[in-house]
Design a binder for this molecule. Structure first.
Ligand code: SAM
Length: 207
Protein backbone atom coordinates (compact mmCIF):
# COMPACT_ATOMS: atom_id res chain seq x y z
CA UNK A 1 0.00 0.00 0.00
CA UNK A 2 1.21 3.51 -0.80
CA UNK A 3 2.17 5.71 2.15
CA UNK A 4 0.38 9.06 2.39
CA UNK A 5 3.20 10.81 4.27
CA UNK A 6 5.89 12.82 2.45
CA UNK A 7 8.63 10.59 3.89
CA UNK A 8 6.78 7.46 2.80
CA UNK A 9 6.08 8.81 -0.68
CA UNK A 10 9.76 9.61 -1.24
CA UNK A 11 10.89 6.36 0.38
CA UNK A 12 8.78 4.58 -2.24
CA UNK A 13 10.32 6.66 -5.03
CA UNK A 14 13.94 6.14 -3.97
CA UNK A 15 14.69 3.02 -6.01
CA UNK A 16 13.31 4.46 -9.26
CA UNK A 17 14.49 8.03 -8.76
CA UNK A 18 15.48 9.93 -11.91
CA UNK A 19 19.09 10.69 -10.98
CA UNK A 20 20.06 12.00 -14.40
CA UNK A 21 17.35 14.68 -14.32
CA UNK A 22 18.08 15.75 -10.75
CA UNK A 23 21.86 15.64 -11.19
CA UNK A 24 21.54 18.06 -14.09
CA UNK A 25 19.38 20.43 -12.04
CA UNK A 26 21.87 20.21 -9.17
CA UNK A 27 24.80 21.06 -11.42
CA UNK A 28 22.93 24.00 -12.93
CA UNK A 29 21.93 25.31 -9.49
CA UNK A 30 25.47 25.09 -8.12
CA UNK A 31 26.81 26.90 -11.18
CA UNK A 32 24.13 29.58 -10.78
CA UNK A 33 24.91 30.23 -7.09
CA UNK A 34 28.67 29.61 -7.18
CA UNK A 35 29.49 28.57 -3.60
CA UNK A 36 33.10 29.13 -2.54
CA UNK A 37 35.34 26.08 -2.02
CA UNK A 38 35.43 26.39 1.78
CA UNK A 39 31.89 27.66 2.35
CA UNK A 40 29.67 26.10 5.01
CA UNK A 41 26.80 24.75 2.89
CA UNK A 42 23.48 23.02 3.59
CA UNK A 43 21.67 20.91 1.00
CA UNK A 44 18.05 21.23 2.10
CA UNK A 45 15.83 18.21 1.36
CA UNK A 46 18.86 16.56 -0.21
CA UNK A 47 17.09 13.42 -1.38
CA UNK A 48 19.66 11.03 -2.87
CA UNK A 49 22.29 13.76 -2.68
CA UNK A 50 22.30 15.27 -6.17
CA UNK A 51 23.56 18.64 -4.89
CA UNK A 52 25.73 17.29 -2.06
CA UNK A 53 27.55 14.77 -4.24
CA UNK A 54 28.30 17.23 -7.00
CA UNK A 55 29.46 19.85 -4.54
CA UNK A 56 31.52 17.50 -2.36
CA UNK A 57 33.39 16.15 -5.37
CA UNK A 58 34.62 19.60 -6.32
CA UNK A 59 35.69 20.80 -2.84
CA UNK A 60 39.09 20.58 -1.13
CA UNK A 61 39.47 18.06 1.71
CA UNK A 62 39.74 21.01 4.14
CA UNK A 63 36.20 22.19 3.35
CA UNK A 64 33.56 21.65 6.03
CA UNK A 65 31.19 18.73 5.36
CA UNK A 66 28.10 19.55 3.33
CA UNK A 67 25.10 19.29 5.64
CA UNK A 68 22.55 17.12 3.80
CA UNK A 69 19.10 16.82 5.40
CA UNK A 70 16.10 14.85 4.18
CA UNK A 71 12.92 13.36 5.63
CA UNK A 72 13.25 10.13 3.68
CA UNK A 73 15.70 7.63 5.18
CA UNK A 74 15.49 5.59 1.99
CA UNK A 75 16.56 8.54 -0.18
CA UNK A 76 19.47 9.18 2.20
CA UNK A 77 20.48 5.56 2.03
CA UNK A 78 20.56 5.74 -1.80
CA UNK A 79 22.61 8.94 -1.47
CA UNK A 80 25.11 7.23 0.82
CA UNK A 81 25.49 4.37 -1.65
CA UNK A 82 26.08 6.79 -4.50
CA UNK A 83 28.74 8.61 -2.46
CA UNK A 84 30.59 5.46 -1.41
CA UNK A 85 33.96 5.24 -3.09
CA UNK A 86 33.48 8.55 -4.92
CA UNK A 87 34.08 10.97 -2.08
CA UNK A 88 35.40 10.64 1.48
CA UNK A 89 32.70 9.68 4.04
CA UNK A 90 33.35 12.87 5.99
CA UNK A 91 32.60 15.14 3.03
CA UNK A 92 28.82 14.90 3.55
CA UNK A 93 27.05 15.05 6.91
CA UNK A 94 23.82 13.12 6.18
CA UNK A 95 20.90 13.78 8.53
CA UNK A 96 17.45 12.18 8.44
CA UNK A 97 14.62 14.44 9.54
CA UNK A 98 12.61 17.53 8.78
CA UNK A 99 14.83 20.08 7.03
CA UNK A 100 12.88 22.92 8.61
CA UNK A 101 14.29 24.13 10.88
CA UNK A 102 17.79 23.19 9.82
CA UNK A 103 19.77 21.67 12.72
CA UNK A 104 22.34 24.48 12.86
CA UNK A 105 22.87 27.70 14.80
CA UNK A 106 21.72 31.05 13.47
CA UNK A 107 24.01 32.82 10.99
CA UNK A 108 26.30 29.77 10.81
CA UNK A 109 26.05 29.00 7.07
CA UNK A 110 27.50 30.69 4.00
CA UNK A 111 25.20 29.03 1.47
CA UNK A 112 21.87 27.21 1.51
CA UNK A 113 20.91 25.17 -1.56
CA UNK A 114 17.54 23.55 -2.16
CA UNK A 115 16.97 21.68 -5.42
CA UNK A 116 13.55 20.45 -6.55
CA UNK A 117 12.13 20.51 -3.02
CA UNK A 118 10.99 23.97 -1.90
CA UNK A 119 7.48 23.38 -3.25
CA UNK A 120 7.15 20.52 -0.71
CA UNK A 121 8.65 22.45 2.22
CA UNK A 122 6.56 25.62 2.17
CA UNK A 123 7.43 29.22 2.93
CA UNK A 124 8.63 28.31 6.43
CA UNK A 125 11.82 27.12 4.68
CA UNK A 126 13.04 30.50 3.34
CA UNK A 127 12.20 32.05 6.71
CA UNK A 128 14.52 29.49 8.31
CA UNK A 129 17.23 30.12 5.70
CA UNK A 130 17.25 33.77 6.75
CA UNK A 131 17.90 32.55 10.32
CA UNK A 132 20.80 30.23 9.48
CA UNK A 133 22.59 32.28 6.82
CA UNK A 134 25.23 34.80 7.78
CA UNK A 135 24.56 38.34 6.52
CA UNK A 136 25.61 38.35 2.88
CA UNK A 137 25.23 34.55 2.65
CA UNK A 138 23.74 33.09 -0.49
CA UNK A 139 20.65 31.02 -1.09
CA UNK A 140 19.88 29.02 -4.20
CA UNK A 141 16.70 27.12 -4.95
CA UNK A 142 14.88 25.63 -7.89
CA UNK A 143 11.15 25.48 -8.55
CA UNK A 144 9.30 23.85 -11.43
CA UNK A 145 8.03 26.30 -14.02
CA UNK A 146 4.25 26.33 -13.47
CA UNK A 147 3.44 26.04 -17.16
CA UNK A 148 5.43 22.79 -17.52
CA UNK A 149 4.74 21.06 -14.18
CA UNK A 150 2.69 17.83 -14.30
CA UNK A 151 3.00 16.11 -10.90
CA UNK A 152 1.21 12.83 -10.27
CA UNK A 153 -1.89 12.98 -8.06
CA UNK A 154 0.08 11.44 -5.21
CA UNK A 155 2.73 14.14 -5.27
CA UNK A 156 0.23 16.95 -5.98
CA UNK A 157 -1.23 16.26 -2.55
CA UNK A 158 2.15 16.93 -0.94
CA UNK A 159 2.63 20.38 -2.46
CA UNK A 160 2.82 23.33 -0.07
CA UNK A 161 -0.01 25.78 -0.65
CA UNK A 162 2.09 28.82 0.24
CA UNK A 163 4.86 28.47 -2.37
CA UNK A 164 3.59 29.90 -5.67
CA UNK A 165 5.07 28.08 -8.64
CA UNK A 166 6.59 30.74 -10.90
CA UNK A 167 5.36 31.25 -14.47
CA UNK A 168 8.48 33.28 -15.28
CA UNK A 169 11.98 33.82 -13.90
CA UNK A 170 10.89 37.30 -12.79
CA UNK A 171 8.12 35.83 -10.63
CA UNK A 172 10.61 33.56 -8.86
CA UNK A 173 12.91 36.52 -8.12
CA UNK A 174 9.97 38.59 -6.89
CA UNK A 175 8.99 35.81 -4.49
CA UNK A 176 12.55 35.51 -3.16
CA UNK A 177 12.52 39.27 -2.57
CA UNK A 178 9.15 39.01 -0.80
CA UNK A 179 10.74 36.36 1.46
CA UNK A 180 13.29 38.96 2.57
CA UNK A 181 16.26 38.20 0.31
CA UNK A 182 18.09 40.76 -1.81
CA UNK A 183 19.83 40.66 -5.21
CA UNK A 184 17.51 37.89 -6.42
CA UNK A 185 18.37 36.61 -9.87
CA UNK A 186 16.56 33.82 -11.70
CA UNK A 187 16.61 32.05 -15.02
CA UNK A 188 14.65 29.29 -16.70
CA UNK A 189 16.63 26.09 -17.25
CA UNK A 190 15.43 23.77 -20.02
CA UNK A 191 15.70 19.98 -19.61
CA UNK A 192 14.05 18.24 -22.55
CA UNK A 193 10.33 18.89 -22.22
CA UNK A 194 10.71 20.04 -18.61
CA UNK A 195 11.52 23.51 -17.28
CA UNK A 196 12.80 24.62 -13.88
CA UNK A 197 13.54 28.07 -12.57
CA UNK A 198 16.91 28.57 -10.86
CA UNK A 199 17.03 31.39 -8.30
CA UNK A 200 19.95 32.80 -6.37
CA UNK A 201 19.68 35.57 -3.77
CA UNK A 202 21.51 37.11 -0.85
CA UNK A 203 20.64 37.13 2.83
CA UNK A 204 20.47 40.76 3.95
CA UNK A 205 22.53 42.42 6.68
CA UNK A 206 19.58 43.39 8.82
CA UNK A 207 16.16 41.95 9.78
C1 SAM B 1 12.04 15.82 -5.69
S1 SAM B 1 13.03 15.36 -4.32
C2 SAM B 1 14.49 16.36 -4.53
C3 SAM B 1 15.65 15.78 -3.80
C4 SAM B 1 17.01 16.42 -4.10
N1 SAM B 1 17.10 17.77 -3.58
C5 SAM B 1 17.36 16.38 -5.57
O1 SAM B 1 17.71 17.43 -6.11
O2 SAM B 1 17.33 15.30 -6.16
C6 SAM B 1 12.24 16.14 -2.96
C7 SAM B 1 12.82 15.74 -1.61
O3 SAM B 1 12.23 16.54 -0.60
C8 SAM B 1 12.21 15.75 0.59
N2 SAM B 1 11.36 16.42 1.56
C9 SAM B 1 10.05 16.76 1.43
N3 SAM B 1 9.64 17.40 2.54
C10 SAM B 1 10.71 17.47 3.38
C11 SAM B 1 10.93 18.02 4.67
N4 SAM B 1 9.96 18.66 5.35
N5 SAM B 1 12.17 17.93 5.21
C12 SAM B 1 13.17 17.29 4.56
N6 SAM B 1 13.02 16.74 3.35
C13 SAM B 1 11.81 16.83 2.76
C14 SAM B 1 11.75 14.39 0.10
O4 SAM B 1 12.00 13.37 1.01
C15 SAM B 1 12.56 14.28 -1.20
O5 SAM B 1 13.78 13.62 -0.99
Amino acid sequence: MQSATPAGAFDDLADSYDHRHHDEIARALIAWVGPGPDDAVADVACGAGAVSLHLARSRPSTAPPVLAVDLSTRMISVGRSRAAGLIPDAAIDWRAGDAVPLPVAEHSLDVVLCASSLHFLGSRAPADWRRVLRPGGRVGFTLPLATHFRPSERFSRLLAADVPLPRTAQEASAWATACGFTEADSRVHVLGTRRVVLTSATSPDGP
